[in-house]
Design a protein around this ligand. Structure first.
Ligand SMILES: NC(=O)c1ccc[n+]([C@@H]2O[C@H](COP(=O)([O-])OP(=O)(O)OC[C@H]3O[C@@H](n4cnc5c(N)ncnc54)[C@H](OP(=O)(O)O)[C@@H]3O)[C@@H](O)[C@H]2O)c1
Length: 267
């Protein structure tokens, strides 16, 4: 990776982002942020293939970049191996990997629950989708980044590992785990000019949060607690992920978690 470039536009243009779960919410906002800055995007969906195709048409025609979508289930992290082989056929290089996809619904039964209703299967599913998927997705990315002289890796985390959120023990402890893996990966991968970081968000208004049974209470609490008096939006996290991938802006930042919480964790 050429670190002599000092201009974000020049640095980003023509590079490739791989991102999981970009059909909705935070992932979609991140995809648009990169596409608007001339970055080609290889992104995954789970069920929303139709939405994925709409996104491709939109960003390719508006931002003159290349976009392709691929199916991925983060409950089976090895799927990343075949996914990257497909990406290799469509794109010349991989520069950035963002692990964003999240599971919910039936697969988190026993994981998204009060402590006394936690079950190994539900907890394991959340760990698999959050930590193991990050590991395999990042390993495959690194193999490609080494060929182009470096790259940047970011995982999404959440402040549910800093403050109590009802039912969130499974997600909260897996987010802690992925933040720790980030620090280890950063140490091991720095020699390849690869930086690894996390962006941790407070409650952001997306489908994942709207699936919480206490969504209305969470929203009201955040709007009251935040000094900014509003919920977070997907765009509020997109800028930080872009910053972390931009060597001209964050070139010596690695192994860290940037917390974007609207001021809600220090109350
Ligand atoms: N929302 C928050 O309050 C908040 C706060 C902090 C951090 N975060 C983190 O930000 C990330 C994105 O969350 P979000 O709120 O933006 O979620 P979201 O809007 O609900 O979007 C979830 C994405 O994940 C995909 N997905 C669902 N199940 C999947 C599976 N089994 N395998 C692969 N992909 C799957 C979905 O694809 P389909 O559309 O195809 O189903 C979708 O693209 C997560 O890591 C989350 O923990 C969220």
């Amino acid at each position: 990776m050429n670190t002599s470039l000092t201009n974000t536009t020049e640095y980003m243009k023509g590079k490739t982002l791989v991102i999981s779960g970009a059909t909705r919410g935070i992932g979609k906002a991140i995809l648009y942020k990169f596409a608007q800055n001339g970055v080609n995007v290889a992104f995954t969906y789970n069920k929303n293939e139709e939405e994925a195709q709409k996104i491709i048409q939109d960003v390719e025609s508006n931002y003159k970049i290349k976009a392709r979508a691929y199916p991925l289930n983060v409950l089976e992290p090895e799927q990343y191996i075949g996914l990257y082989e497909a990406i290799d056929k469509d794109f010349e290089r991989v520069d950035f990997f963002i692990s964003n996809a999240i599971i919910y619904g039936r697969s988190v039964v026993g994981g998204f629950a009060p402590f006394m209703r936690l079950k190994p299967k539900g907890l394991n599913n959340i760990y698999t989708a959050t930590v193991l998927a990050f590991v395999v997705g990042a390993q495959e990315a690194v193999k490609r980044m080494q060929k182009v002289g470096g790259g940047n890796i970011v995982t999404l985390s959440s402040t549910g590992n800093l403050v109590y959120m009802p039912n969130y023990a499974g997600h909260g402890n897996s987010k802690n785990a992925v933040e720790t893996i980030v620090k280890y990966a950063a140490q091991d991968l720095g020699q390849f000019n690869i930086r690894v970081n996390a962006v941790s968000g407070g409650p952001i208004d997306t489908d994942a949060l709207r699936a919480f049974p206490d969504y209305d209470e969470v929203k009201a609490k955040v709007e009251k607690q935040s000094p900014l008096k509003r919920m977070g939006t997907p765009k509020d996290l997109a800028g930080a992920t872009f910053f972390l991938c931009d060597n001209t802006q964050s070139g010596w930042l690695t192994g860290q978690t940037i917390v974007i919480d609207g001021g809600t964790t220090f109350v």
